[in-house]
Ligand binder design. Structure first.
Ligand code: NDP
Ligand code: MG
Length: 416
């Protein structure tokens, strides 16, 4: 038995024996979804892909269904004209399709009845809450990339896991996966501090005045990680790291005063833990293959990827520094939401999803994102409680508020 017992991850000791698993990928067309498919292709026959979801990327779904003939079920969660869905499904006679609001839940039910045991949740945003809760009810092991679910409804997910006999979560987010590995075998009272690293994004050395002029392509040009658009925007303002602090609070039951962030521009060290005898850390070059493979194979050992590993003598110099909250106001607001608790993180997350979307659509400037977040947070009432409805209502109200308040921001002219 391991001594560390995070609330959400029902950890068991790693096993050496190889056992094939059957996998569902939620968000198969995205960045994490694509890396997951790469992992499956690298070790054929080890993990059987039985079900996938996309939101609206039908051409990508067609490619995936063609490359992975083991897929029996596919869900399309976004709205599409019914004729195009019928036309599309005719091309893949052996696949059962689900669409509409309950498509992800139906996909999970169908795959479970075919003995699927693992889900990777790689959808973006709080849209991941319902499928994550369904996966817990069905007793899946969940490899969780979708951090917005933990940020918005962390207490609800914790409770659902605590009352499930079989379900478990293994984090995919690189910092949390590293922390998960560092905490194995560590007595909880011996943890002084858990530290997540942040690259600092593309604007680490820019002044606030310079940030006013950044364009969409500058924001999307992350120096160390290649990711989907929303998380890349979040990372540029360090908002992603604030969300990750809240994610860690729920995944590992670590209080805020024992969590910290350090800027580490080369993204080789992903997390550190401080104990009485010093610091332990988890390091490898920035590639999502490692944490995804670890989470998919856990409690077995993941495969080795010699083409992706670099040896320490080839690493760049490892530098760490504190975050300046004045330079990253979105991060400071997220930390305030973490301190306030209750529905504050849900409000923050919902407003941020809207703000990131408006920025990506060229409707607000990058520097407007924290301005809009502050407007929504200061106009919202924070409530405490553990019912799912409370968090979903806070999320819906914050989205409405963010749309309404965004009209008060100056229109973007050339900054796209
Ligand atoms: P992407 O934008 O690349 O992919 C998102 C996926 O979710 C796509 O499959 C998309 O389908 C689907 N999707 C979009 N909107 C919805 C919706 N409303 N309901 C259901 N599915 C939807 O995102 P990433 O892969 O970058 O990130 C996914 C999650 O993982 C995020 O929560 C992110 O924070 C987290 N994460 C990502 C990392 C990375 O390296 N990318 C690292 C750590 C965490 P479609 O293509 O059809 O629109
Ligand atoms: Mg991360």
């Amino acid at each position: 038995m391991l001594s560390w017992s995070p609330v959400s991850a029902q950890i068991v000791a790693p096993s050496r024996s190889r056992k094939t698993s059957k996998l569902v990928i939620l968000g198969a067309s995205g960045s994490i979804g694509t890396s997951t498919l790469d992992i499956l292709s690298r070790s054929p026959g080890e993990i059987e892909l039985v079900a996938v979801s996309v939101h609206s990327s039908l051409p990508r779904l067609a490619e995936i269904l063609t490359c992975f003939p083991s897929i029996k079920f596919a869900a399309i969660t976004g709205t599409q004209p019914p004729e195009s869905l019928t036309e599309f499904s005719k091309k893949f006679a052996g696949v059962k399709f689900f669409w509409g609001v309950h498509a992800a839940a139906e996909l999970l039910n169908a795959a479970r009845s075919e003995k699927a045991d693992t889900v990777i949740s790689a959808v973006v945003g709080a849209a991941g809450i319902a499928p994550t809760l369904r996966a817990i009810e069905l007793g899946y092991k969940i490899a969780l990339a979708n951090k917005e679910t933990m940020v918005t409804a962390g207490p609800v997910i914790e409770r659902a896991l605590a009352s499930s006999k079989d379900a478990s979560i293994v984090p995919v987010d690189s910092e949390h996966n590293a922390l998960f590995q560092l905490l194995l075998g560590l007595d909880a009272p011996h943890l002084k501090l858990a530290i997540l690293t942040a690259s600092g994004g593309p604007f680490l050395n820019r002044t606030p005045a310079e940030l006013k002029q950044v364009r969409r392509q500058d924001v999307l040009n992350h120096p160390t990680w290649s990711m989907g658009p929303k998380i890349t925007v979040d990372s540029a303002g360090l908002i992603n790291k604030g969300l990750e602090i809240i994610e860690a609070m729920h995944l590992f039951a670590i209080p805020l005063n024992r969590l910290d962030v350090l800027i580490h521009p080369v993204s080789h060290v992903h997390a550190l833990v401080e104990t009485a005898d010093g610091f332990r850390f988890m390091a490898n070059r920035p590639s999502m293959l490692f944490p995804i493979a670890h989470a998919l194979y856990f409690p077995q050992s993941p495969p080795v990827y010699p083409d992706v590993v670099t040896r320490p003598e080839a690493w760049p110099a490892l530098e760490f520094r504190k975050v300046d909250p004045v330079q990253f106001p979105g991060f400071a607001l997220c930390m305030e939401a973490a301190r306030n608790g209750g529905t504050a993180p849900a409000i923050f997350n919902a407003a941020n999803e809207i703000a990131a979307g408006l920025f990506l659509d060229g409707l607000i400037q990058f520097t407007d994102i924290p301005v809009l977040l502050e407007m929504v947070l200061s106009a919202s009432k924070i409530e405490q409680g553990s019912e799912l409805g409370l968090y979903l209502e806070a999320d819906a109200r914050a989205r409405e508020s963010a749309y309404a308040q965004s009209k008060r921001l100056t229109k973007v002219e050339e900054v796209v």
